[in-house]
Ligand binder design. Structure first.
Ligand code: THU
Length: 130
């Protein structure tokens, strides 16, 4: 199954009583394992979590910390754009050239990369001292 199909499948489980906007994300780690996540909303709106964050949490919990490929899908008019926070979260575990497929339920896709999504990322290199 392709990573987009994994994301499409997990999207069905999204808990979205407030936005009614289901998102699914799938990550292939460098180990080859695939991790998925969906958005999980909350009556206290800021406590909701994005699909990408769920997939990253599953990956780290399983012991993987290197992302090799990402797919995100939603029922949007054009391929869904990861929010700014999720771009930063992905960049924590992915090199800039890691491919990201953005998709719609209808079948449109847009191929991009982590560095295209977040140029000028703040990363741990800024915190190292000579
Ligand atoms: N959402 C995601 O899960 N990922 C994104 O990158 C964009 C937004 C979710 C959050 C919220 O549950 C719903 O989409 C509407 O913003």
């Amino acid at each position: 199954m392709s990573l987009v199909e994994d994301a499409r499948h997990v999207r069905e489980n999204a808990y979205v009583p407030y936005s009614h906007f289901k998102v699914g994300a799938a990550i292939r780690a460098a180990s080859g394992a695939v991790y998925t996540g969906c958005n999980v909303e909350n009556a206290a709106f800021p406590e909701g979590t994005c699909a990408e964050a769920g997939a990253i949490a599953a990956m780290v919990a399983a012991g993987d910390t290197e992302i090799a490929e990402v797919a995100v899908i939603a029922d949007s008019p054009h391929p869904v754009s990861p929010c700014g926070g999720c771009r930063q979260k992905l960049a924590e575990f992915a090199r800039g050239d890691v491919p990201v497929t953005l998709a719609t339920v209808a079948g449109a896709t847009l191929e991009t990369t982590v560095s295209e999504l977040l140029p000028g990322v703040f990363d741990q290199s800024y915190m190292s001292r000579p």
